[in-house]
Write a protein that binds this ligand. Structure first.
Ligand SMILES: [Zn+2]
Ligand SMILES: [Zn+2]
Ligand SMILES: [Zn+2]
Ligand SMILES: [Zn+2]
Length: 384
């Protein structure tokens, strides 16, 4: 399916907006349909739906905003459906810079991650030996997370724009929530296997993705416990709780703020999201770790979620990101670009940090003789 729309009869802007939204709703629908037979298609479809909804939001503001190059806008071409439209990254940027609306970093990070998974599925062949039920469960968990953000945007942030589609959105939301039954029944099926793991001396903890008590604990670190979940197939780290409270920005009452599920203050209902958590920590945390020197930078940029604002603070003795809630990395000033970042220390020292790696790759490419030029630093390493 190309980016160029098929030639179609001349339509008004209102009809085009409606077609765009209906198309998006249709892709959410097929994303749900595909979970059983072709779970990976579900990811591709949901991503397409997100892009279409963002385009529709831009189009509601002004039709030229959904074009990849608004400066080449031609109303006649729009009416016959002959134009190239914007991609996710640019759509997010325009919503922020032109509409002046802040999309929560957690939401945009989630959409970008889904986009990366989509690209892997589209561009790389899969072995086909995957366990179908495990893949299904993993896809459901991923679908849920993205839908959670998308649904909130469509029914709260952009309520007025998408009001005419409220009923359809509610229907899709109900279908999405029913997927929980699939995970629960899978849990029941796997129960004997979980019990065998316990008998073998393994510890079972709650999975941070499907939330079922089906994650087999692995290595234990200062920052958390590695696990791999039998139900949804996700391997992750259950990050150790930060035993620290800060006064709420709304009411000054002490709250346990280092919590990915915290949406609002239980006392005054002040809304907590990535931005207000960064504000809260900036107001109260003024130092780095034991190697930190007075006057040096103490808020690092996170390599894990690549949140646009520096989001990593020393909380309860560990560098901790209040955007993705990952903990336990080290933070350094990158020698290549000067940014204060978290990440793999050796990679930063010998290659680049997450902020400058694209630039460093380009420099490598420019240095390589013609013909051997590569845009990828790792290939350059192999050639050396
Ligand atoms: Zn799980
Ligand atoms: Zn409060
Ligand atoms: Zn992060
Ligand atoms: Zn750097």
């Amino acid at each position: 399916m190309g980016r160029k729309w098929l030639k179609q009869e001349k339509r008004t802007k209102e009809q085009l907006f409606d077609a765009l939204v209906k198309n998006a709703l249709g892709f959410v629908e097929t994303s749900l349909d595909h979970v059983k037979e072709r779970p990976k298609n579900s990811i591709v479809d949901l991503y397409t739906a997100i892009e279409l909804f963002l385009k529709a939001r831009l189009m509601a503001e002004h039709w030229t905003l959904m074009l990849s190059k608004p400066e080449t806008a031609d109303l006649q071409n729009l009416y016959v459906g002959d134009f190239l439209s914007v991609y996710l990254d640019d759509a997010l940027k325009r919503i922020n810079s032109i509409l002046g609306e802040r999309i929560d970093t957690a939401a945009s990070d989630n959409f970008k991650a889904l986009g990366e998974h989509r690209n892997q599925i589209v561009h790389f062949a899969h072995s086909g030996h995957d366990d179908l039920a495990a893949t299904q469960a993993g896809v459901i968990v991923e679908q849920w997370a993205s839908w959670h953000y998308l649904y909130a945007m469509l029914t709260e942030t952009w309520k007025d724009v998408f009001e005419p589609y409220k009923i359809e959105l509610q229907k899709l939301n109900r279908r999405m929530m029913r997927q929980r039954d699939f995970l629960n029944s899978r849990f029941t099926i796997l129960k004997p296997q979980i019990e065998i793991e316990v008998k073998k001396g393994k510890t079972i903890i709650a999975c941070g993705h499907c939330e079922l008590a089906s994650a087999v604990a692995g290595e234990v670190h200062a920052w958390g416990t590695d696990y791999s979940c039998l139900v949804c197939g996700v391997s992750d780290t259950a990050v150790v709780k930060a035993d620290i409270k800060l006064p709420c920005l709304g009411c000054n009452e002490e709250i346990e703020f280092f919590d990915a599920t915290l949406a609002e203050c239980p006392t005054c209902h002040f809304a907590f999201n990535t931005d207000s958590l960064i504000d809260l920590c900036t107001a109260h945390i003024h130092e780095g770790d034991q190697w930190w020197e007075e006057g040096a930078e103490h808020i690092a940029s996170c390599h894990n979620c690549q949140c646009t604002r520096p989001s990593v603070f020393v909380i309860d003795g560990l560098w901790s990101c209040v955007s993705c809630f990952d903990r336990g990395w080290q933070a350094v000033t990158c020698e290549h670009c000067g940014a204060f970042v978290t990440g793999d220390m050796e990679r930063i020292q010998y290659f680049a940090c997450h902020k400058c790696e694209d630039q460093v790759r380009q420099e490598f490419a420019a240095m390589a003789p013609v013909g051997a030029a590569t845009a990828d630093g790792q290939d350059a390493d192999k050639q050396a």
